[in-house]
Design a protein around this ligand. Structure first.
Ligand SMILES: [Zn+2]
Length: 114
């Protein structure tokens, strides 16, 4: 299950940030997950719960925002989003627009407990 490694990676980054800002507890971690990232939100949630049992992050919420796939067409230089996989630019119909966002999984923000 590759989600385990993904989530561990997220936790490591978050813990580093917490250290840097001397934060003890977090309210939530906000993730942006591209639709092409192959990460399943339910799996991410489950891994997060397992990995944060008896942990500094126990009780922290993992918020996952699914981000549509964003393409850029190199012919007409327009950007567009798609819920799935597209092989044609909707503006100029040139083939093979390039995915510029949608494969990533990134931490958008972390919320500190007041
Ligand atoms: Zn185009």
């Amino acid at each position: 299950m590759h989600e385990m490694a993904l989530v561990q990676n997220i936790i490591d980054i978050v813990l580093q940030e917490m250290d840097k800002y001397e934060v003890e507890k977090l309210q939530a971690i906000n993730l942006a997950v591209g639709r092409m990232s192959a990460a399943v939100p339910e799996q991410l949630q489950m891994c997060f719960e397992i990995l944060t049992t008896d942990h500094k992050l126990t009780g922290t919420k993992l918020n996952i925002r699914m981000v549509p796939v964003t393409y850029k067409c190199w012919e007409c230089e327009k950007e567009f989003t798609s819920a799935g996989i597209t092989f044609t630019c909707p503006f100029c119909e040139s083939p093979n627009p390039e995915i510029i966002f949608g494969r990533e999984l990134k931490i958008e923000s972390i919320e500190v407990v007041d």
